[in-house]
Design a protein around this ligand. Structure first.
Ligand SMILES: O=P(O)(O)OC[C@@]1(O)O[C@H](CO)[C@@H](O)[C@@H]1O
Length: 437
């Protein structure tokens, strides 16, 4: 039941674009991320993995003023030294072209980087700096280069710990989900709404902000959290989905770990009630933003759940495995999802594909930032007025972890500024916004 989603609509926002968020905004969360959080994340990559020590001390490359390591020098150098060089570059070093010429995205990335040559990490758009940073982590660890570390996920340990620390919540949720799924069609819309909240609050367990070792962030009281949803379109969303039969739904996934478990619970319900005939999970083509999920993370999560001691968890895992085997749950990845581009810069082929969807669910803070082009929109700007360019009806489920927002009321903003000054970045608040353009 694919509605004809018009592609003829403008593929760019209709509203004039406000300025981009820049790391150079001293005192901002963007500045703190580029100057402090990203170096810490790179250091954690070193600490979390047993990379080989320096094969050959980094040639005193810095003496060749303005030059950067050749691909061979990079290969001869150790992964640890590459990561340490990256740490030293942040934030006043110059951004440079990527060197891992074997990578499938090298031409695209070096095209993105062209206009920023000579800039330091603060003088480029914030989202660009983050996406580039995570791509530089893969260059440093030889992710795309044939050899011992090709295809190695440098965040694997963090992701694994992320799900291990959520076992109690997984075992608490599984019987509930199995009951709702087995009640099938006459399952009450309240169950769907509860699953939207579970998906939303799973986004709090974001490993780029809170390393897995900082403990279980998954145990939350869903309905008690309603008060923390600043824009809540769940009723309209449930109403729309209640009219679906055998629809196509796309889910632009965010993080692995407990967040992914919550997202797959929502997927399970949509498939079991036949609201959706097929669900496409849009996943990352390579590791990024520490915990962002790839196809392998889906398989590993289901495998992990299948080995749980609790039969309710085992039951749900076998059902999820069956959805994949019966092609009702399709795992897709695309290099656009790891690119630094705003969502309105999506390639035509991907845009065409997504236009076939009856509803697109979009998870997480980084994706929300890309929906808005990571720009300084007034927080009262209507969300649906910004995302008019999107090729299908969509729902954003986001906990606020960046200084950007839309669709809020002025009095809300004033109250939040007074009562919780860190409300934009502490992950305590969320939005569930629906744009049915
Ligand atoms: O997309 P997610 O996982 O919800 O959050 C990712 C993210 O919030 O992590 C950092 C912390 O704010 C931001 O730089 C980035 O937007």
């Amino acid at each position: 039941m694919a509605q004809e989603n018009s592609l003829s609509q403008s593929r760019f926002p209709k509203l004039p674009l406000p300025p981009q968020i820049m790391g150079s905004e001293i005192g901002s969360f963007a500045y703190n991320t580029v100057a402090h959080r990203l170096p810490d994340i790179a250091q954690r990559v070193i600490d979390d993995n047993k990379f080989p020590l320096a094969i050959k001390p980094l040639q005193n490359i810095k003496s060749r003023a303005g030059e950067t390591p050749t691909p061979q020098e990079f290969l001869e150098n150790s992964i640890v030294e590459n990561l340490q060089t990256l740490i030293q570059e942040l934030p006043y070093g110059k951004v440079r072209f990527l060197k891992d010429i074997e990578a499938p995205d090298i031409a695209a990335w070096n095209n993105y980087l062209e206009p920023y040559q000579g800039n330091n990490w603060l003088d480029i758009p914030w989202y660009f700096a983050e996406a580039y940073f995570y791509r530089r982590i893969l260059e440093a660890t030889n992710y795309f280069i044939p050899g011992d570390w090709q295809g190695f996920d440098p965040f694997e340990n963090q992701k694994r710990l992320g799900i291990l620390t959520s076992s109690k919540s997984i075992q608490a949720l599984s019987p509930l989900l199995n009951k709702w799924v087995n009640s099938g069609q006459d399952s009450h819309p309240d169950n769907l709404i509860a699953l939207l909240y579970i998906s939303l609050w799973g986004n709090r367990a974001d490993l780029s902000l809170w390393p897995a070792e900082s403990g279980d962030r998954s145990s939350i009281d869903i309905h008690q959290q309603k008060a923390y949803v600043l824009a809540d379109n769940t009723d309209a969303i449930a109403n729309q989905i209640s009219r679906f039969k055998d629809a196509r739904i796309d889910f632009i996934i965010d993080n692995a770990g407990f967040e992914l478990f919550g997202d797959l619970c929502l997927v399970d319900f949509l498939l079991a009630t036949n609201a959706a005939k097929t669900i496409y999970l849009q996943l990352k083509a390579h590791p990024t933003f520490v915990s962002d999920a790839m196809i392998k993370d889906i398989h590993q999560t289901i495998e992990f759940l299948g080995k749980d001691s609790d039969t309710q968890v085992q039951m749900l895992a076998s059902r999820w495995r069956w959805y994949i085997e019966s092609d009702r749950l399709r795992l897709c990845h695309d290099l656009f999802w790891t690119s630094p581009l705003a969502f309105w810069e999506m390639p035509d082929a991907l845009r065409q594909e997504l236009s076939e969807s009856d509803l697109i669910l979009i998870k997480g803070d980084a994706n929300y930032r890309r929906l808005l082009g990571d720009r300084h929109w007034p927080f009262t700007t209507r969300f649906e007025d910004i995302v008019t360019y999107f090729p299908a009806p969509m729902v954003a489920l986001r906990t606020l972890k960046a200084e950007l927002a839309s669709g809020l009321q002025l009095e809300q903003i004033e109250t939040l500024n007074r009562e919780d000054p860190q409300w934009l970045t502490n992950g305590r608040w969320g939005v569930i916004q629906f744009a049915n353009s």
